[in-house]
Design a protein around this ligand. Structure first.
Ligand SMILES: Nc1nc2c(ncn2[C@@H]2O[C@H](COP(=O)(O)OP(=O)(O)O)[C@@H](O)[C@H]2O)c(=O)[nH]1
Ligand SMILES: [Mg+2]
Length: 450
C-alpha cells in the first residue's frame, strides 16, 4: 500500500439507485479527469460532464467534482463522479479509470489516507465508520460528536493533565537534593487526585458511547412454557417468535435487535431448559447454554403460576455460566396474586412481569439499562469503542502505579516512567502512536469506498 498510488472505488453502496458516485484519490486524479472527461473541472465546482470510454463514447454522464490537494477528504487530489446508480454502469466507469491509471481501493483506504494526511485522527476515523453503522438516532448523534473531535478533545485534555504531573515530577529529578521534598509535596498528591476524577469523567462518557455502539446481549432462558417467547415478543413489540401452549415450541435460537433509548439490546430466545429425549430439542438446549456463556446477562423466566418458589432456577443454577449475571423474571403475574419474597435479599434481582399484558416490562427495560450503567443519552455522549475503553483503562493503571510508587519509593524516575506509559496508552486512542497492525484492523473493517 503506497500513497503514491491513485485509488478508485464506488462510494455509494452496491445495487441500484438514483445516483452512483465513483471516487478517485491520488496524484493521478487530474490526469484521469482530463482523459475521462476531456477536461479538468475547475476546483470545487460541480460541472456536468460525459464520462468517456477509450473510443470517446460516453459510458455515463453526470456531475464531476475536483478537489485539489490538500483541501479534500483524503488530503490528496480527489475526483468525484456522480453518475447513475446502476452496478454495470458504475463498474464500467471504474474499469475505465483503472485503464487510465489507478488501482482499486481497499476497504477504508480513503479514510486511512485522510488519517495519514492528518485530516482526522484515529478516533475521528472510527467515528466515520460508527456514523455509517449507527443503528439509532442517538448513536448517530454520538458518532457525529466524536467525528467533530469532541472525544479526541477529551482524550487530549486528559493527556495534558498527565503531562503536567509528569513535568512536575521531572522537575524534581532535575534537583536531586530536593527530590524527596518535591515528591512529598501535598500539591503533587492533590494533582493525582484530580487526575483520577478526570479519568472517571472521560471513562464514563466513553462507556456510554461504547454501549450505544455495541449495546448488550441478553439470553432469555427458563423452563418450557414459562413465557420466554412471549417475553421476547413483548420486548420486541411484535410477534418475533412463535408462542403456543405446547412445551418445547422454540428450538432454534430466535434473535432480535431491540432499541432501548438508543442502546441496542440483542435479545435471544432459546429452547426451554428441561431433560428432553427429543434430539432436536436437546440440541436447542445445548445451544441455549452456549449462548448464555456469551451473554452479558441471562433473563431466567419463571412461571409464577406453576413455580411460585422459582425452583426451576434453583435446579438449573449449577448449569448456568458462573460469570454471567442473572435476573429472575417472574412471569404471568396477571394470574398470580403474590410475588414470592424468599431469597430476595441474597439471590439475583427479581422482576415481576406479565408478558401477556405487558405489566412490569417497562421496569425490566429500566433494570437492563441500570445493569450496564446506561443512562439515557446526555448532551455530551460521544461514540467510543471497546478499544478506547481498554486504552483508557491501561492509562489509568499506569497512573495508579505512578501514584503507588510515589508513596512507596519516592523515586521520581520511576514515577515519570509510569506517567509516560499513561501518555502512550492515551495516544493510541487518537492514533499519534499506532502499529500497522492496529491500523489494518481498524480500516479493514470499513466498507470499500470509505
Ligand atoms: N396468563 C399469561 N399467560 C402467558 C404469559 N406469558 C406467556 N403465557 C402463555 O404461556 C404459554 C407459553 O408461552 P411461550 O411464550 O410460548 O413460552 P416459552 O415456551 O417459554 O417460550 C402460551 O400459551 C402463552 O400465551 C403471561 O404473562 N400471562
Ligand atoms: Mg418458546
Amino acid at each position: 500500500m503506497t500513497r503514491t498510488d491513485t485509488i478508485v472505488a464506488p462510494a455509494t453502496p452496491p445495487g441500484r439507485g438514483g445516483i452512483g458516485i465513483v471516487r478517485v484519490s491520488g496524484p493521478k486524479a487530474p490526469e484521469i479527469a482530463a482523459v475521462l472527461l476531456g477536461e479538468l473541472p475547475p476546483a470545487r465546482t460541480a460541472r456536468f460532464a460525459r464520462f468517456l470510454d477509450a473510443a470517446r463514447e460516453p459510458l455515463d454522464a453526470g456531475l464531476a467534482l475536483f478537489f485539489p490537494a490538500p483541501h479534500s477528504y483524503t488530503g490528496e487530489h480527489v475526483l468525484e463522479l456522480h453518475g447513475h446508480g446502476g452496478p454495470a454502469v458504475l463498474e464500467a466507469v471504474v474499469q475505465r479509470i483503472l485503464e487510465i491509471g489507478a488501482r482499486r481501493a481497499q476497504p477504508g483506504e480513503f479514510t486511512l489516507r485522510a488519517f495519514l494526511n492528518d485530516k482526522l485522527d484515529l478516533a475521528q476515523a472510527e467515528a466515520i465508520a460508527d456514523l455509517v453503522d449507527a443503528g439509532s438516532r442517538e448513536a448517530a448523534r454520538a458518532a457525529m460528536r466524536s467525528l467533530q473531535g469532541e472525544f479526541s478533545a477529551m482524550v487530549h485534555g486528559l493527556t495534558e493533565a498527565v503531562t503536567d504531573v509528569r513535568a512536575h515530577v521531572e522537575a524534581a529529578i532535575d534537583f536531586p537534593e530536593e527530590e524527596v521534598d518535591f515528591l512529598a509535596d501535598r500539591q503533587l498528591h492533590d494533582r493525582f487526585h484530580t487526575l483520577r476524577d478526570h479519568f472517571d469523567a472521560v471513562e464514563q462518557s466513553a462507556r456510554q458511547g461504547a454501549l450505544l455502539r455495541e449495546g448488550m446481549t441478553v439470553v432469555i432462558a427458563g423452563r418450557p412454557n414459562a413465557g420466554k417467547s412471549s417475553l421476547l415478543n413483548r420486548l420486541a413489540g411484535y410477534e418475533a417468535a412463535i408462542v403456543t401452549p405446547i412445551p418445547g415450541t422454540t428450538r432454534d435460537i430466535v434473535r432480535e435487535r431491540i432499541d432501548i433509548d438508543g442502546m441496542p439490546l440483542h435479545v435471544l430466545d432459546t429452547a426451554g431448559l428441561r431433560d428432553s429425549a427429543d434430539v432436536v430439542e436437546a440440541e436447542g438446549i445445548r445451544r441455549a447454554h452456549e449462548q448464555m456463556r456469551r451473554a452479558d446477562r441471562v433473563l431466567f423466566v419463571i412461571d409464577l403460576t406453576s413455580d411460585p418458589d422459582a425452583r426451576a432456577y434453583t435446579q438449573e443454577r449449577e448449569r448456568l455460566p458462573r460469570d454471567v449475571p442473572v435476573t429472575l423474571v417472574l412471569n404471568k403475574s396477571d394470574l398470580s396474586s403474590g410475588i414470592p419474597l424468599a431469597d430476595t435479599l441474597t439471590g439475583p434481582p427479581r422482576i415481576a412481569v406479565s408478558a401477556l399484558t405487558g405489566a412490569g416490562v417497562e421496569r425490566l427495560r429500566e433494570h437492563l439499562k441500570d445493569c450496564v450503567g446506561f443512562r439515557s443519552v446526555e448532551a455530551g455522549t460521544v461514540s467510543a469503542r471497546r478499544r478506547h475503553l481498554e486504552a483508557l483503562r491501561r492509562a489509568r493503571d499506569h497512573v495508579a502505579a505512578a501514584e503507588r510508587r510515589l508513596r512507596e519509593s519516592r523515586s521520581g524516575e520511576l514515577v515519570a516512567e509510569d506517567l509516560r506509559g499513561a501518555q502512550q496508552a492515551l495516544s493510541e486512542i487518537t492514533g499519534e502512536f499506532t502499529s500497522e497492525d492496529l491500523l489494518g484492523r481498524i480500516f479493514g473493517s470499513f466498507c470499500i469506498g470509505k
